[in-house]
Design a protein around this ligand. Sequence first.
Ligand code: 5GP
Length: 118
Amino acid sequence: MSATYDDNNIFAKILRGEIPAFKVYEDDDTLAFMDVMPQSPGHTLVIPKAPSRNLLDADPAVLSKTIPVVQKIAVAAKKAFAADGIQLVQFNEPASGQTVYHLHFHIIPRFEGVALKP
Ligand code: 5GP
């Protein structure tokens, strides 16, 4: 049985303005902000504002608004940080590495010959 959405998660608190975040993009449906523990310069998170725990319970109509923003931020981050490539990462449930239970996409600039921070 899949777990349900808990609106005490840290990204829900960012969406409600209860804790600060360095926001880089926002529209009616989507927010992008810098990861507080970046794995590389420019590591950005993109989240839908609608509540879903992860990709497994996300509404396709919501995803259809989120994914174009993921692309927009990937293009912008590659340019802004002069990256050689962009890694897109997304985890679903603890077994996969998810630690914050509000759907999010990691946009991680990558540089030739540079490993990610552990
Ligand atoms: P995941 O759930 O995909 O494993 O990762 C959650 C991500 O959220 C991590 O990269 C972590 O650094 C980031 N994170 C956790 N807490 C905060 C926070 O309070 N603010 C921001 N901006 N990022 C956070």
